[in-house]
Design a protein around this ligand. Structure first.
Ligand SMILES: [Zn+2]
Length: 583
């Protein structure tokens, strides 16, 4: 990092002699495990030179975008290059005069056929910077800022944080944890540590201990939150640094931490055979991302409950807020979960305009499928066993095969927990596109569930409700606008706007003959009632057009869910098993 303000890492790779090899191929990764998209990291590589150990240039040929063949004559060689690191995300690399952060996948070449070799990295911070290093890799005794990995997978699985970050250490039992916190924030760090400690403890109890001796949380406090990326013994979480002005900031931090930490078991160890040892040059396909990501998303909520970080009321509120979003997504029952997973590379992460109409995120459908399976298992066992027990069983049983997991293993584990085959569940909701029956399952689990339209008069609406506003929320066009603009982002299939031919990118200017802006669009729609014919004017590629919509009734509903005090004993037992504590 000789010039951190240039955002360029200066990298030298030293490769030992490969005696029987006249040539060697060096290969740059194209994706980062855990983030299923081809990113062509090699586009950030500049000033590549290849020499022997005495600095004499070696002949080289570029074979494709990310691969060079070098004529080495079997001797040791050195590759030197710069990497432009200017993408501040958990899955990429970034360098400026305040810190450096890198994932091996966007900084290091590997040598073809040699992925299994041990690697060492020496970090040289900028001159006189005083920067420190945080990484999950082990420090080589006696060497300065030199870290060792058993192979390229481990090297790439341990991001590096280099800078003047705050550090904190804590322990859960005999296992050591560290927090490396970079950036401007308004969080109470003691509270962050308390959250991490509780979450680590609750997850460890679920699996009967930790599969590592040491674990590192790298947290970047940035202007906006962009998520996390999981590793075997560390995680990077990018959070909104100034979001800790209320409980919501701590809750989002806990949710992200619980999700990522659960990955230390699910996906980093329990994994599809296609996900490790990795092929860094191309897509690595799995049909199980609903299990690795969706079930993880769901269990993060259960872990937060068990950790005492959230309350039953928080959990109920999450359901009441998130279920209606999911239940009105037009594409939720279009593509099966296993296919959503397989196609993640080309669809979820490269969505076309109609993605929301024909697909849904495997995180989101996967979360609700996880909750549905948990409830089905608890209904089958009188509340005694559910998804946490299913994971524990898979963890214990699949250790003998290095935790390689298939869909059949998941089906078998579910059957073992339930005491009967659960294939119908997987056929309908994972391989099939049936509507997830959550409201019915919640009721059977002793919950009181209700959905009401804002304009409903019975049962009696809350006294403080604005009746005029409520009545005006009823008319619906099916148009989803870009935030703060009048550009059509989506049109729900078979909605009034869909039938009138409105489409993506239409730029609305008037509703009912009146000019509108982002603040008045919904008001002018609300002036009309369902069934009314409403003309709208819009520009489509600079040509003025008109369409007349026959308005329908809005599908929006407000949900409420709470424990039903009058639930039968059996349902109450299921509920206690589901949300119970003290395990
Ligand atoms: Zn995840």
């Amino acid at each position: 990092m000789p010039e951190p303000a240039s955002h360029e890492f200066d990298v030298e790779m030293r490769v030992p002699a490969l005696p029987d090899h006249e040539t060697a191929e060096i290969v740059f990764p194209t994706w980062a495990p855990g983030s299923y998209m081809v990113r062509d990291f090699v586009r950030h590589v500049f000033r590549l030179t290849v020499t022997d150990e005495r600095g004499r240039p070696l002949a080289r040929e570029r074979l494709d975008k990310q691969r060079w063949r070098i004529t080495t004559g079997g001797r040791a060689f050195r590759v030197r290059y710069r990497v432009f690191a200017f993408e501040a995300s958990v899955r990429t690399s970034f360098l400026d005069d305040s810190h450096g952060y890198f994932n091996g996948t966007s900084v290091f070449f590997h040598v073809e056929g040699e992925l299994g070799r041990p690697c060492r990295v020496t970090v040289v911070p900028p001159p006189r910077s005083g920067w420190r290093v945080a990484t999950a890799l082990r420090l080589v005794p006696g060497a300065r800022a030199t870290y060792a990995a058993d192979d390229f997978d481990e090297l790439c699985d341990a991001p590096f944080e280099i800078g003047a970050h705050e550090t904190r250490a804590f322990a859960v039992g005999r296992t050591k944890f560290e927090l490396a916190l970079y950036g401007r924030h308004n969080a109470d760090v003691r509270r962050l540590i308390d959250i991490l400690k509780r979450i680590a403890g609750a997850t460890g109890r679920m699996f009967g201990g930790f599969p590592f001796d040491r674990y590192l949380f790298i947290v970047h406090a940035l202007p906006v939150a962009t998520g996390g990326l999981e590793h075997r013994a560390s995680v990077t979480m990018d959070v909104a640094g100034l979001s800790f002005e209320d409980e919501g900031g701590y809750r989002r931090f806990a949710d992200l931490a619980a999700h990522e930490f659960f990955h230390a078991w699910n996906v980093k160890r329990l994994h599809d055979a296609a996900l490790g040892r990795f092929d860094y040059t191309r897509e690595n396909y799995t049909r199980l991302l609903w299990f690795f990501e969706g079930f993880t998303d769901y269990l993060a909520h259960i872990i937060m409950l068990r950790a005492g970080v959230t309350s039953d009321r928080d959990f109920h509120r999450m359901i009441a807020e998130d279920w209606p979003k999911y239940a009105t997504r037009p594409g939720r029952n279009e593509t099966p979960l296993d296919e959503l997973s397989f196609e993640a590379w080309i669809k979820q992460y490269k969505p076309s305009e109609n993605y929301v109409n024909r697909a849904v995120s495997y995180y989101e459908r996967g979360l609700w499928a996880g909750m549905a399976l948990d409830l089905e298992l608890r209904l089958a066992t009188g509340g005694r066993r559910g998804l946490p027990e299913m994971f524990r069983r898979m963890w214990d049983r699949l250790a003998r095969v290095g935790w390689a997991v298939t869909e059949q293993d998941v089906r078998d584990a579910a059957a073992a927990i339930a005491g009967r085959r659960m294939d119908r569940f997987f056929d309908r909701y994972v391989r099939g596109t049936d509507e997830l029956p959550l409201p019915a399952l919640w009721r059977r689990a002793g919950m009181k569930v209700a959905a009401r339209a804002e304009w409903d008069e019975s049962p009696k609406p809350p006294a403080d409700r604005d009746r005029v506003r409520a009545r005006r929320a009823r008319a619906w066009t099916g148009i989803d606008l870009h935030p703060e603009r009048l550009l059509v982002r989506n049109v729900v299939p078979d909605s009034p706007a869909w039938r009138a031919g409105v489409t993506f990118g239409d730029d609305i200017v008037a509703v009912g003959g009146v000019r509108v802006n982002p603040a008045t669009f919904a008001k002018r729609v609300g002036d009309a009632a369902p069934g009314a014919r409403l003309p709208i004017a819009f520009f489509r590629r600079d040509l003025l057009r008109e369409a007349t919509l026959t308005l329908a009734e809005s599908p929006a509903r407000t949900w409420s869910i709470a424990a039903d005090a009058k639930a039968p004993a059996r349902a109450a037992a299921v509920r206690t098993g589901w949300l119970g504590r003290g395990r």
